[in-house]
Design a protein around this ligand. Structure first.
Ligand code: HEC
Ligand code: HEC
Length: 353
């Protein structure tokens, strides 16, 4: 039955969604313990499209002074975050207002940015190229530059057929590349697949995180059934004591929905690769995982919008012992995917030429 389903899928992909004859559907790995990967109907990933997107991701051609690429802030060796910087430098050295997010497993994400203000990967990509404090290039100028490049002209024709290069094609190509950034080869993955074993401390950490009377991390950062490491919901994890609704430094999701009850809520980040992406939280306020664990242990604040799934908020924190914290940390380190951060398919394609 499974085989037939798979065959049907492959057939459908090749017959229905193939944009033109020169492209090949991207061979995504089969991931048994991940949720089913949503497929973008109007932007199916092809090998050629993802390769074009990879070139654009690393090419400063998309910034006004041709000195900044997506990869200037999203660095592969840090799981595409900008560790160890709290805030990335945008144009003219101006600091961004939020910590740069890592990029992996985005094909599953229902919204983008810390506050969820972009509904699709493609809409997300529209923002940094235009943003004055980031790459600061208009889409008309970006398209014209790419039109003048014989290399890109040919590549875009190969992937999207004829016609002018525009923002839609550019964001689609980068979106395809971003969807191929799958992190599924950490020690944690090897253990789940039956090909490795946790140490005693790592296993104790996993149990503590899933124990509702201990770490109680599971309601938000999933590590059991859902291998993404996050429920992908918005939540307020008690970083600040804010009782009056008008008093948020960064309203987060509330600024997007306009609802007071969403103020101070941010997307729950995946804990995959978390050892590589310091500092932590939307504002990068914690420098180390130790600081994060101290916060969850004794620094959690109750406020109007604190997540009601966070039982321990009402006693100031999860009150973890030093040993328990070190065990959770040991488990978190098993989520580091060194294959992902050194995968040549995701690296700078210009360096080899
Ligand atoms: C100057 C630094 C900088 C540059 C350049 C930059 N980004 Fe980002 N990126 C950020 C920051 C900061 C955030 C978080 C912003 C927020 O939430 O408000 C972010 C968020 C994202 C996200 C959201 C991830 C998620 O989990 O929701 C994606 C995807 C992304 N960037 C892709 C790109 C792409 C593609 C480019 C190039 C077109 C790019 N970025 C260029 C700094 C940068
Ligand atoms: C009620 C939901 C909830 C619970 C429970 C929870 N977290 Fe979080 N966690 C979040 C949210 C939301 C953020 C992002 C908050 C922000 O930046 O404003 C976050 C951020 C983090 C980060 C920073 C990640 C990054 O990329 O910056 C780490 C690490 C983390 N949590 C670990 C844990 C651990 C370990 C536990 C259990 C002891 C836990 N969390 C319990 C919701 C939760």
């Amino acid at each position: 039955m499974k085989r037939v389903g798979l065959l049907l899928c492959v057939l459908l992909l090749t017959v229905n969604f193939r944009p033109n004859n020169t492209t090949t559907p991207y061979p995504f790995p089969i991931l048994f313990y991940f949720p089913k990967m949503p497929v973008s109907a109007d932007n199916p990933v092809t090998i050629e499209g993802a390769d074009l997107g990879r070139h654009l991701f690393y090419d400063p051609i998309l910034s006004s002074d041709s000195d900044m690429a997506c990869a200037s802030c999203h660095k592969q060796q840090y799981a595409f975050s900008d560790s160890p910087n709290r805030f990335s430098k945008g144009r003219s050295g101006v600091l961004m207002k939020r910590n740069t997010m890592p990029l992996f497993n985005l094909a599953w994400y229902p919204s983008f940015f810390w506050d969820g203000r972009a509904a699709t990967i493609e809409l997300q990509i529209l923002q940094p190229v235009n943003a004055h404090n980031e790459m600061n290039l208009s889409w008309i100028a970006a398209s014209a530059r790419l039109e003048r490049s014989a290399y890109y002209k040919t590549k875009f024709e190969e992937v999207f057929g004829g016609g002018l290069i525009d923002s839609i094609k550019i964001t689609k190509a980068i979106g395809q590349f971003l969807r191929t950034l799958i992190s599924n080869q950490s020690k944690y993955d090897r253990v789940i697949a039956g090909k490795g074993r946790f140490t005693e401390d790592e296993y104790a950490g996993l149990i503590l995180m899933n124990d509702q009377t201990k770490g109680d991390c599971l309601h938000c950062h999933t590590t059991d059934a859902d291998a993404l490491g996050t429920t992908l919901k918005f939540s307020n994890n008690g970083l600040d004591t804010i009782y009056s609704p008008g008093n948020y430094n960064d309203k987060g999701h509330g600024a997007v929905t306009g609802r007071e009850s969403d103020n101070g809520k941010f997307i729950i980040p995946s804990l995959r690769n978390v050892a590589l992406t310091a500092p932590y939280m939307h504002d990068g306020r914690f420098k180390t995982l130790d600081e994060v664990l101290d916060f969850y242990s004794t620094g959690v604040h109750v406020s109007a919008n604190v997540d009601n799934k966070m039982d321990f908020a009402y006693k100031g924190g999860a009150k973890l012992t030093t040993i328990e914290k070190s065990q959770i940390k040991a488990f978190l380190y098993t989520l580091t995917d060194s294959v992902f951060i050194s995968n040549p398919e995701f690296s700078n394609p210009f360096q080899k030429k």
